[in-house]
Design a protein around this ligand. Structure first.
Ligand SMILES: [Zn+2]
Length: 108
């Protein structure tokens, strides 16, 4: 991913701005890194130059954990992890445990 492309990216969930941490780069090309939403605190890894920005339901956390660990990035413990969000981030933000069944009830 070209570094200049960064300014065109937004969080697919809430369209807010993203922060980046770069772990591997070749000139202007970002090969490995992590994008973090400044608003919802979701993260999107960049693997082999490709930003993984699929919706939560199309992502597989177990596949991402080894990559994040290699980079030294911590995710929330499984029991109180709102999907695809990091431990580090906006401290003012409330971290309610994600409850899928409760969310579904709202639409019934
Ligand atoms: Zn977001």
């Amino acid at each position: 991913m070209k570094q200049s492309f960064l300014s065109k990216l937004a969080c697919p969930f809430d369209k807010e701005d993203l922060s980046i941490r770069i772990f591997k780069q070749d000139n202007q090309e970002i090969l490995e890194g992590i994008l973090t939403c400044n608003h919802c605190n979701r993260y999107y890894p960049i693997v082999q130059g490709i930003p993984i920005m699929s919706p939560d339901e199309y992502r597989e956390l177990s596949l991402e954990i080894p990559i994040l660990e290699k980079w030294g990035v911590k995710v929330l413990a499984e029991k109180d992890r709102p999907v695809f969000k990091l431990v580090a981030g906006n401290d003012n933000q409330e971290r309610l445990p994600y409850n899928a069944s409760e969310e579904q009830d709202k639409f019934l």
